[in-house]
Every structure is written in structure tokens, then in C-alpha cells.
Design a protein around this ligand. Sequence first.
Ligand code: PGA
Length: 251
Amino acid sequence: MRKNIVAGNWKMNTTLPEGLKLADEVNAALAAEKHNCDVIICVPFTHLAPVAAVIDQNVLGLGAENCADHTSGAYTGEVSAPMVASTGATYVILGHSERRQYYGETAATLREKVDLALAAGLTPIFCIGEVLAERENGTYNDVVKAQVEDALFHLSAEDFGKLILAYEPVWAIGTGKTATADQAEDMHAHIRGVIAAKYGEQVAQDTSILYGGSCKPSNAAELFAKPDVDGGLIGGASLKCADFMGIVKAF
Ligand code: PGA
């Protein structure tokens, strides 16, 4: 069965000392209190190995926010999936809308990244979501379907089953404007239908689909109560331990 998951996406925030403090706080809070979901933090590359050394990954999973579309070689400034795995991290966010928008990531790049992440033993947290114009002109279901198909449908059912998906409407990211729980549920059910048509009902039912975009303690419970919303990918609210734990406790 699919898991309930709350994952933090720190983005380009925190110095290393700040990040270590935050990771330690979250780990301690999780160790102290019972919680009903898996919890993951995805942190800047510079923080991976030091954070891995201070957290208990049986309590708090660790991931990167991106990886390269090559394994090694003359790609100055890039960090590969095997390098991420060698820090002890086991997850990687791929296809975040900020990567697509600011760094030109395409479906072709993302196919490479997904393949290399899986080959390195990492679990991709793969992001999809429409922009505001696509929400308003009513093409959002087709846009998200194409994002899933173009970047992921080359995978075998076995490999697809290793993924976590995150639906993040771009108009809701960092804007304070959350999708309503009904909008999220409609899209998550749509995505599950797209997966079922390709890989069958069992794979679709077993895939965790997280919601992301201005998710916070005050709206998480309503979102997570929806049958096809299996948790959240949390940006801003993952940078304060109390806020992040407030979302974890929504389960
Ligand atoms: P937000 O970001 O929670 O700050 O809206 C979510 C994300 O981009 O993953």
C-alpha cells in the first residue's frame, strides 16, 4: 500500500550551521513524538553529508533537491545521483517547477535524471503541475498528464513503482494561494487514473502522490483528508521546525 509522506523542500535556504540546527530540531521532534507518516527533508547539496551525520534516517529521511543528467565527467558545477547517494541521502526531488522554469529542464533532461537517480538507488520525488494560465484556460489536466507521460512513461512498472509524485500547481508555490482540497483531490485522482491506464490499477493505487504549494499547518489536515492526497511537499513551512511538525501532525 502507498505511504503517507511529508517532505520538506528547503530550496536555497539556510547556511550549513542553520541547516544542521534545523535538521537536528526536526529529528528530535520526530523522535520525541509519535507520528503517522514518513517524514523526509530535502536539503542543499552542501548540507547532505553533514545532515546525514546528525539525523537518524530511520526517523527522518534525507534527500537532495536535484541531481545531474550525467553520471560523472566534465560537467562543472553539477552533482550526480551517485554523488548524492554517497552522502547517505536516499531521495531526490526532480522536475520541480523552479528547475523547469529557471534552469530550462525539459522532459528529455528529466528522463535522464530519473533513470540515473533510480540506477543510483535514490527514490525520486517527481514534481508536476500547471501554471496559472493553464489553470485558467482549463488545460491543466492535459498539461499534467503530458508531464507524467513525457518524463516517466518510459519506465517499467517495477521502476515506476519506486517513484513518489508531487502535484504542485505553480500558481500555489510560495504565493500563499493554496489549491482547495477539492482542486487537489480532483487532480490527484486524475493523475492516478493516468497511471492506472498505463501501469494498471495496482501500481496506481500504490503510488504516493503528495500535494505542494503553500501547504501549512492550518490547511494540511483538510488537504490530507482527501483520499488521493497522500501527503505534502513543503517549501516555506519546512524551514521552521514548529510549522513543519504542525503539518506532520495533520496525519
Ligand atoms: P511552498 O513551496 O510550500 O513554499 O509553496 C512548495 C514547493 O515548491 O515545493
